[in-house]
Design a protein around this ligand. Structure first.
Ligand SMILES: *[C@@H]1O[C@H](CO)[C@@H](O)[C@H](O)[C@H]1NC(C)=O
Ligand SMILES: *[C@@H]1O[C@H](CO)[C@@H](O)[C@H](O)[C@H]1NC(C)=O
Ligand SMILES: *[C@@H]1O[C@H](CO)[C@@H](O)[C@H](O)[C@H]1NC(C)=O
Ligand SMILES: *[C@@H]1O[C@H](CO)[C@@H](O)[C@H](O)[C@H]1NC(C)=O
Ligand SMILES: *[C@@H]1O[C@H](CO)[C@@H](O)[C@H](O)[C@H]1NC(C)=O
Ligand SMILES: *[C@@H]1O[C@H](CO)[C@@H](O)[C@H](O)[C@H]1NC(C)=O
Length: 470
């Protein structure tokens, strides 16, 4: 009896602890590599240990050429995390190889900060980066990174035993570098199989979403302050929305100090943390007449790609259920009509919900998101809300996320012997593929079956790339 009571007390204690520390307990990734490149010692950032890539513990990860150099920056920037004070520099193709325990979507983050050492100047850094068969950076230089660090983040489906990150200088006189690398398994529900494809005034299903490689272009929390990796469940950064909001007239910020009610089936805490869902902007009617306006955000994008637009909603503003109805537009097209958060969020206020839309970028280099009252909107009520936006660039054909060349052609720019036996093989397949694209373009452009065959071949290359190393 005594024991039982003790156990019950312990159970209750654990329960209350776990709701306090829900964030820390909820997600532990199967693959979790944090690498501090070029450093001789391990570094802790926000309670996360980045292992030095020169240490014994990580020596199996790196197969750089003997001429790769690690450098410590001479002028340390005390304001930035310690990982930016060292870098590894490559003057020829080199790769990091990560063993994958759990196949599926992985988050890959590459950290860059301008170099300032006696040996290397940032101007001479110009390089390509491949992740398995995907081109994630092409002809990249850090000229634009002036005083702050740059983090490139990708979500990539890995169906191989290894994840290989290859750095290739664009030519012999240039070099590649990186300050830190993260490779982390994503939660299974982070990228689902389907989204809504908003194509003019038509809405179709977009399938196989999780198999696309995605680059995070914008991750914005609406109406609130920046959310840092320290406060995020997946160590993400969410920037404030001010610079993207077209006009704040007629909308207002709201924030909640109350609890966010995560529900199974809705957005999980990994989809968005409390700090993101407890701020928003709203359109509200203070009297019987419904405001005739939209809130609109605009994001510069590169044309020629599809984009995944993830919108986050959480009704922290209404005084009761069943009062909030609004329309959602992406690129000026109606994406969600009469959205009723009460229904989609399980009849609970302050319960998060998100929606994924895929769009093409034919709109003059700008992707827009609008929220505004619908025919069902009510007076004396909230008539539109948005809590956060994420915009991710999707790879175009042949796994290209940047530039025009596929992985095989990029590898081919380096002479034989520098990248090993692997290159000619992939290069050959890639050239064949580009030829076949060309052929399909010329002759069978209208045949969508011919098109959808391509991707299959490319992912085969990806797995070959992985298998080569086993
Ligand atoms: C780069 O280093 C030089 C001296 O080596 C120093 O004068 C300069 O301020 C540094 N620049 C930055 C941005 O740290
Ligand atoms: C790479 O970038 C440089 C300048 O940043 C440019 O001169 C060059 O043409 C680019 N090369 C390719 C293949 O895009
Ligand atoms: C984390 O969030 C809390 C409360 O929202 C805030 O006070 C704190 O400054 C944040 N910490 C960091 C490192 O961003
Ligand atoms: C309702 O409120 C808005 C602004 O809050 C105001 O512009 C409008 O004139 C009001 N309408 C009426 C009928 O009072
Ligand atoms: C809101 O935006 C949509 C899409 O651009 C547009 O059709 C609608 O007229 C706008 N509403 C107002 C009140 O401006
Ligand atoms: C992205 O690349 C994959 C694999 O290479 C391919 O299956 C897919 O069709 C590409 N996505 C797009 C939108 O072209």
């Amino acid at each position: 009896m005594e024991n039982l009571r003790k156990n019950q007390a312990l159970f209750l204690l654990l329960l209350s602890l776990s709701s306090f520390y829900g964030i820390a307990l909820s997600f532990s990734p199967a693959d979790d590599y944090l690498i501090d490149c070029g450093s001789t010692v391990d570094t802790t950032v926000d309670n996360r240990l980045f292992i030095s890539d020169s240490s014994r513990a990580s020596s199996h990860l790196l197969t750089f050429s003997t001429r790769s150099k690690s450098i410590q920056l001479s002028h340390r920037n005390g304001k930035l995390p310690e990982i930016y004070n060292s870098a590894r520099v490559f003057d020829r193709p080199s790769r990091y190889i990560f063993k994958i325990r759990d196949k599926g979507t992985h988050m890959v983050r590459l950290h860059f900060y301008q170099l300032n050492s006696s040996q290397f100047v940032s101007d001479d850094a110009q390089f390509h980066v491949l992740v398995n068969g995907y081109v994630v950076l092409s002809n990249f230089s850090v000229g634009s990174i002036i005083s702050s660090a740059s983090v490139k983040e990708y979500l990539i489906w890995i169906n191989a035993e290894k994840l290989v990150i290859t750095f290739l200088p664009t030519m012999k006189s240039k070099f590649a570098f990186v300050n830190a690398i993260e490779v982390i398994s994503a939660p299974k529900d982070l990228i689902l199989e389907t989204a809504k494809f908003v194509n003019g005034d038509k809405i179709d299903n977009f399938d196989a979403l999780s198999k696309q490689a995605l680059e995070v272009m914008y991750r914005v929390t609406v109406g609130g302050p920046k959310v840092t990796p320290f406060n995020d469940t997946l160590w993400r950064t969410w920037l404030p929305d001010d610079e993207f909001l077209k006009s704040s007239e007629g909308s207002k910020r709201v924030y909640s100090t109350g609890r966010i009610w995560y529900q199974s089936g809705g957005a999980s805490r990994e989809i968005g943390p409390d700090n993101v869902y407890n701020t928003a902007r709203v359109i509200a009617a203070t009297n019987a007449s419904i405001p005739n306006l939209n809130m609109t955000w605009e994001f510069p994008v590169i044309e020629g790609y599809k984009y995944l637009v993830r919108l986050h909603f959480c009704d922290i503003a209404s005084i009761s259920l069943g009062l909030l109805f609004f329309n959602v537009y992406v690129n000026g097209n109606l994406a969600y009509k009469d959205l009723d958060l009460s229904i989609v969020a399980g009849y609970s206020l302050a319960s998060p919900f998100y929606a994924d839309f895929v769009v093409d970028s034919y709109h003059s280099g700008v992707l827009s998101v609008s929220v505004g009252p619908s025919d069902k909107s009510l007076g004396y009520a909230v008539d539109g809300i948005l809590n956060a936006v994420e915009i991710m660039k999707m790879n175009k054909s042949m796994g290209i996320l940047d530039g025009e060349l596929c992985a095989g052609l990029i590898l081919k720019t380096w002479p034989r012997g520098n990248v090993g036996i692997l290159v000619p093989l992939i290069a050959a397949v890639c050239v064949m593929l580009s030829l076949s694209v060309f052929k399909h373009r010329t002759f069978w452009f209208k045949n969508s079956v011919a098109w959808s065959k391509l991707p299959v071949d490319v992912s085969e290359i990806t797995s070959k790339l992985g298998n080569q190393h086993t």
